[in-house]
Design a protein around this ligand. Sequence first.
Ligand SMILES: NC(=O)C1=CN([C@@H]2O[C@H](COP(=O)(O)OP(=O)(O)OC[C@H]3O[C@@H](n4cnc5c(N)ncnc54)[C@H](O)[C@@H]3O)[C@@H](O)[C@H]2O)[C@H](O)CC1
Ligand code: K
Length: 223
Amino acid sequence: MKFNIDMEITVKQMMQIEENGHQMGFFRKLMMENAGAITTRHIVERYPDLRSVKIFVFAGLGNNGGDAFVVARHIAAFDGNPTVVLLGNPDKIKTEEANSNWKILEKMNSINLIITSDPSKIMLDADVIVDGILGTGIYGKIREPYSSAIDLINKSNAFKLSVDVPSGLDPDTGIVHDKCVKADLTITYHKMKIGMPKGQDMCGTIVVEKIGIPPEAEIGVLS
Ligand SMILES: NC(=O)C1=CN([C@@H]2O[C@H](COP(=O)(O)OP(=O)(O)OC[C@H]3O[C@@H](n4cnc5c(N)ncnc54)[C@H](O)[C@@H]3O)[C@@H](O)[C@H]2O)[C@H](O)CC1
Ligand SMILES: [K+]
């Protein structure tokens, strides 16, 4: 069997591959764990001593936010003390896998949690910002509180790492319809999303990382 390793894929194809992997028993929660773990490695590579680095992790209520929760936990495991900014009500976290990762953060003293629907009031004195607000689930104009969070992040001089996709970029077209986090580095999962190279000014450096999805999950989608 041949698999195309360099292919760029659409959001729809990614969702089908993710669903196939999940049905094979490689559950979304495991994908999320691998995504968060590998993303953290990129931070540690740049900042080997996380104890002295001020890291803010912005999270939305979807699975992009779930990945960001995992990043925060792994940062803490590397002796960092990140601040996680949850943009909305924890009761409104959309999926079981994201919610279970949030619940772990609630038990961690090494992580400072901010729950807010008005991020404009945050004193953002960050060295590193992790952008887990919106990923492949984006549609339409950016609504609050995500919109204010994107403005706040873009005002900062911190190093900005976007989880999967810069929040605000349409991964299928590379177009910013409204506003978007301007990232220095974007770690995208499994395969390059087809629009991202066109939106490279927003993505910064793009790195594709595998998150353990079996290649067989691509059968019927890419081959
Ligand atoms: N592809 C994989 O194998 C994996 C991807 N993971 C991560 O999951 C996200 C996609 O997660 P999803 O929950 O589908 O979507 P988002 O988190 O991007 O969005 C969630 C939520 O946000 C709301 N929303 C959409 N558009 C807007 C807007 N313009 N303004 C405000 N709010 C908006 C809407 O309600 C959505 O439901 C992917 O990017 C990866 O990071 C998984 O970890 C598993 C592996
Ligand atoms: K993002």
